[in-house]
Structures are given as C-alpha cells and as structure tokens.
Write a protein that binds this ligand. Structure first.
Ligand code: ZN
Length: 312
C-alpha cells in the first residue's frame, strides 16, 4: 500500500481513491484520484508542494498510466498549493477560480516569506517547550503544532505559484475510455465559485469545501444564502457518496447537516443583531451538534462575518 506522511488512501469505488488529509502533515484538505481508463484525473492538490509531490507518486502507484487532468475545486491555498508538481499536465479550474488564485496566491507567498524569521522563532520556541514538557497530551499538542509549522516552512521555501491552464465557466465533461465525469459550478457557495466533480456512473461527487465533515465550514469567503441553494441542487443529484474537502467521505444525507449549520448560524447572528450584541462574538456558545467539530475559531469568524454582513 502507498504510504505518505500527508494523507491516507481510501478506495471508495472501482478505480477511485480518496486521499484523506492526516492531522499532521502538509495536506490539510482531501484530494481524489480517478482512473479514467486511459489516463488518471486528480481532484485538488493539497496545501503544500511536498504533499503535492506525494499526490503525484500516489497517482502513478495506483494507476500505472499517464496523469492528464488536475482539477482545482476553488482558489483556497489548501486545495491548490501542490499544483507545481503537475506542470506537464493540464490543470483545470473555472475562470473565476483562476483569477482569484492569480490575485491571492503570489501575495500570500510574499507575505509568508516576510514572516519566515518569525516562523523560525516560533519553531525554536516550540522545540524548547517540547523539551521541557512531561505531560503526554500536551506533548502531542505541541508536536502537532510543530509539525504544522515545519510543513508550512518547507512550503514557503519551495512553493511556485502554478495557475490552471484550462478554464471553463459553467460545465465541462471529461471523457476517458472507462468513465466520463462532469465538472459543475452552481453559483457562489463556500467561495464565489466552487466546482463539483460528479461521476454519474459511480454515484459519487467530490464537492471541495461546499461540504466539510466534522469541521466547521468556512463561510466568510462565500455567500451563505446561495450556498443553501447549491446544497439543494447537490441533493437533487442523488449521489450515494459525497467526498468533502475536509473530513471523512460521507453519504448525501450529510448535506442536510451543512444546511442546518448555515441556517443555525444565520439564526444566531440575527438574534445578536436584534439584541444589539454584535461587538463581541466570543461569549456565544457553540451549539451542541457542532461542539465536537474541529476548528472552533472558524465558528467565531463565521459569526463575525454574518453579523457584519447583515449590518451593512
Ligand atoms: Zn476552502
């Protein structure tokens, strides 16, 4: 079996693997490998070049054939920063996603390069704390943080911003000798333009960050109301399996959970506005269904975004 420090490989259908991000490592989000028969298609390329390198190796390991298309689901760095390992192949996104990558990724890299001295200092401090820490769970926490920073440092030193060469606007179908898959955009959701990869013959959809499982989905770069419509459209596809951008593969029933989350947060933010309580969101308690979800901080960023958006 293929081994990477960045992701685990899960077969989900004949000729389809989900590469699920490990907690420690440079992947951060999930990717997919699809055997099209005469070539391999890849969905998303992780958060770092080093994870992208393993992604390429995994694709060649599982399907001994040329890689042809690489899909970028949306502009967020944790889905596109492995692109540089696919310069010989064709990277595909919507035209809006490409524009947003062009606008954001070089700036991010310059900012991060300027922050390198601080990052080195943080790594040094974490190493020192780890040397003095005897509590096992705290050691694990520190190790996790240290691994994350080391992956980020490696990516800043090696990243070459690599943009898609082929763009589309609403829909594109890619055909292989074994299966055909559809790339669909359905309006703003998690970002202003997200792409779904839908394989009708396998009843599977790779949906990027339109769905996050057991993770707070990030609302601040998208449009929550239009997102709800996108989710309704996804339900109409009636797929068996949904591959989210973060968290384990799930069934289409989980779409309802994301709708509930968005509606719950809209409800909380409306109440905060009625109570004239929008200055500080930190006293709001995370509702019970979402207590175990990862990245609490995103819950608070989402609330800030919704209360500000409603106040505008
Ligand atoms: Zn995202």
């Amino acid at each position: 079996m293929f081994h990477s420090r960045h992701f685990n490989c899960e077969p989900v259908a004949e000729g389809i693997y989900v590469l699920e991000a490990k907690e420690q490592g440079g992947a951060m989000s999930n990717a997919g490998l699809i055997d099209m028969g005469d070539h391999t298609l890849i969905f998303d390329t992780f958060n770092t070049p080093q994870a992208g390198k393993d992604l390429r190796e995994a694709a060649l390991y599982f399907f001994n054939q040329p890689i042809k298309y690489i899909i970028n689901s949306h502009w967020h760095g944790d889905h596109v920063r492995g692109n540089q390992h696919f310069m010989e192949e064709i990277i595909v996104s919507t035209s809006t996603t490409r524009e947003l990558m062009m606008k954001t990724q070089p700036d991010w890299l310059n900012r991060m390069k300027n922050l390198l001295p601080n990052l080195n200092e943080d790594i040094f401090k974490l190493n020192t704390s780890l040397d003095h820490e005897h509590n096992e769970s705290k050691q694990q926490e520190l190790t996790s943080e240290l691994c994350y920073l080391l992956e980020i440092k490696e990516s800043i030193l090696t990243l070459k911003v690599t943009l898609p060469q082929l763009t589309f606007d609403r829909k594109m179908t890619l055909h292989g000798s074994k299966r055909s898959v559809e790339l669909l955009t359905v309006g703003a959701a998690h970002t202003v333009c997200d792409t779904i990869l839908y394989s009708p013959s396998d009843s599977i959809a790779f949906v990027g960050d339109i769905v996050a499982v057991d993770n707070h989905p990030l609302l601040i770069d998208g449009d929550p109301l239009s997102w709800l419509e996108t989710l309704t459209y996804m339900e109409s596809l009636k797929v068996d399996l949904i591959v989210p951008g973060h968290g384990p593969t799930t069934s289409s029933h989980y779409i309802q959970q994301i709708k509930q989350y968005i509606n719950d947060l809209i409800g909380i933010s409306k109440q905060m506005i009625l109570d004239n309580d929008v200055m500080d969101v930190s006293h709001i308690e995370i509702p019970e269904p979402y207590l175990h979800w990862k990245f609490d901080s995103i819950f608070y960023r989402n609330l800030e975004f919704l209360t500000k958006a409603a106040n505008r």
